[in-house]
Design a protein around this ligand. Structure first.
Ligand SMILES: *Cc1c(COP(=O)(O)O)cnc(C)c1O
Length: 298
């Protein structure tokens, strides 16, 4: 087993003409380095759930996800490290060939239960049907307060965290974004880039988790590239360029869209000159295995 190493995260400064021309700096916090499977934000989001499992004297973590879910991958591995039983409720009928994510989750000891797309919508019903008092449930994608609490600790890994004017991160459920907003100072701005098309609940969901926050924040909804897990050629080409120029691997679902958005916003002068940007590389690289081979340069 590969141990988790939050200290392996580091800050990478990007050098690019599109930044210099606008008198901006962009640092990337490489959370992808924390662990190849429990990468990025997922470790932070799971951290306090692990404490809760102990407090509630449960022996099993059960959660929900799709075939390429980073959250499923991370939960399986984290449970293995912690010596807990893990159950993954997977959306859709069991396919003949499991995705690599699910194969790996199984290898890491997760028991997979497949439910139809219809049944999957009613999480409460599933919890009643399958679960029992020894099971500790985590919401789909790790959404919620307990995950948010862990995500507040992400910025501590950036050595000059107070020097940034703007923090930018990818958004799925909004849990990580909420943690970043709560951890940021009143003079900082936090921008989320939604990887989904028209996720109209996000504003409300993040608001609920950030009622005490002093930082300003907003979510961009126009960089979804067609929707969750859609990856048109422009996005893949961008990922390859970024890797060749900066040795920075990005994932197709979240971080590629986030850096693309940052570049687009910089070029359209959306940031004040002199801004110091910090992008959170939230990991997720395992999901790139869903692509046909040879599309990516890394
Ligand atoms: C899960 C995930 C996100 C989204 O995190 P939320 O807390 O659900 O918004 C962003 N980036 C990567 C790489 C992820 O795996």
């Amino acid at each position: 087993m590969i141990p988790l190493d939050p200290q392996a995260a580091f800050v990478q400064r990007l050098q690019a003409t599109w930044l210099e021309a606008n008198n901006l700096t962009l640092d990337v916090l490489r959370l992808d380095k924390v662990h190849p499977i429990v990468s990025g934000n997922k470790w932070f989001k799971l951290k306090y759930h692990l404490q809760e499992v102990q407090l509630q004297q449960c022996n099993t973590i059960a959660t929900f996800g799709g075939a390429w879910s980073n959250h499923i991958a991370a939960t399986a591995y984290t449970c293995k490290l912690a010596g807990l039983r893990s159950i993954g409720i997977i959306r859709g009928e069991k396919p003949q060939n499991l995705s690599l994510t699910l194969q790996q989750a199984e290898e890491n000891g997760m028991e997979l239960l497949f439910v139809s797309r219809d049944e999957y919508r009613d999480k409460k019903d599933i919890q009643q049907r399958f679960g029992n008092t020894t099971w500790y449930w985590i919401d789909e994608g790790g959404f919620g307060k307990t995950g948010e609490k862990g995500a507040r600790e992400i910025l501590d890994l950036a050595s000059h965290k107070n020097s940034y004017t703007t923090i930018v991160a990818a958004v799925g459920t909004g849990t990580m974004l909420a943690g970043l907003i709560n951890a940021a100072g009143s003079n900082q701005q936090v921008l989320g880039i939604s990887s989904m098309k028209g996720n109209s609940d996000l504003q409300e969901n993040v608001s609920q988790l950030t009622q005490q926050a002093t930082a300003t924040w907003s979510i961009h909804h126009e960089y979804h590239f067609g929707g969750y897990a859609k990856h048109p050629a422009t996005l893949l080409q961008f990922m390859n360029e970024v890797y060749l120029e900066h040795q920075l691997p990005l994932d197709i679902i979240y971080t590629a869209k986030t850096l693309y958005a940052i570049k687009d916003l910089v070029i359209s002068s959306a940031f004040l000159t002199g801004s110091k940007l910090l992008m959170i590389h939230s990991g997720g690289l395992q999901g790139n295995a869903s692509l046909p081979p040879q599309l990516l340069a890394f």
